[in-house]
Design a protein around this ligand. Sequence first.
Ligand SMILES: [Zn+2]
Length: 457
Amino acid sequence: MPQSPLTHSVLLSITLLACALPASAQIDEPNINEKKTQITKIVQQISAQRIDSYVRKLVSFHTRHTMSETQSDTVGIGAARRWIKAELERCSAGQLDVQFDSYVEAGGRRISKPTEIVNVVATLKGKTDPGRYYVVSGHYDSRATDVMDATSFAPGANDDASGTAAVMEMACVMAQHRFDASIVFMAVAAEEQGLYGATHWAKQAREKNLNIAGMFTNDIIGSSRSEHGEIDNKSVRLFAEGIPAVKELPDATRNLIATGGESDSISRQLARHVKETGERYVPGFTVNIIHRRDRYLRGGDHIPFLEQGYAALRFTEPNEDFHHQHQNVRIENGVQLGDLPEFVDTDYTANVARVNAAALASLALAPAAPAQVQMNTSQLENDTSMRWNANTEADLAGYRIVWRDTTSSVWQGSVMVGNVLSYTVKGKSKDNYFFGVQAVDKDGNISVASYPMPEKK
Ligand SMILES: [Zn+2]
């Protein structure tokens, strides 16, 4: 049964104070239940009107096909990326470091000639932990029915001007705020040709050993209306992989499976955090975690990050209308086909952007997830003892232990345990619950949970 974190934390801090400190000393228990003013402000600042104007501007380039025109100032992918870069520089008044990240792809299944693949990458450097990164992306390339057709009108309003516009709006709003960790806002190219842009960036990140503590891609977040006309503008799907589909299982994954932790992968832990934060700051909006990597027959820019071993998620609208994806703009049997801006509901897209921004802000304000969390398995017992390495953040307040039933997808109970490096949850058996350990700072910002691995003997 869920237990009140407040009651527990109050009792615990009294116990800790009693045994560790003289009576006059005061520790302010971080307030984890209060909404953070900064995050509320960011969520309020996100504007559906600006997202709408970005979508329409992106559509105006006629096509953003990866092999389209690059010299023109008004048509093709070259003009589109130069506009995105200039707009991010303008709106952030120098707070974002905006760069082109580019390479030449010699050729491939969906690249018929050597093509420069260019991502627009805007980095907001963290204050106290700049080496920890959170990445958020949308892809700015588009396509028509034939994936090799680089000249037909390919508005790509939903797929994926919606995601690109959401990321641009988040970048412009969040650039006015400061965070502990760094945030990277990316408009990615060549998604439609085979995830080339994201693959290039994720590979470089792994080679440089960048600490990417979480990545979200926003792809097809523009429509609240399904093919059959149902409207759902109150939810978004969040695709979260469990066990990575790799040929050789690393030890960490083997341990995860051996302890029943299929749903405690780093991507699922991240998804829980996004759901909790997103729903808290965007009331009435539901984040539906889908326990799989992506939809059947489809992929997205989170996949190259997953393949490099990072936690990565995909946001997509609840009901897709396939009349308005990957289709030449035309009327057939009286039905308008094509990915046109009139089928995009930017009020809806703005809410998805708010969920993203709330989650990103909360992650980038919070400490890192605790490292080396271990479950004591030295004896048969009905208590649960864990230990972990100390976090290094200067504003660290302590740790919080969370748990849930083995059939539940989200955390159900929690206890604040103070600034300690081990803790025993009495009377709750590790055999019957999943546990996690989170780090909490003095302002009450909470990290993603870490899954305890069985202690090495
Ligand atoms: Zn897409």
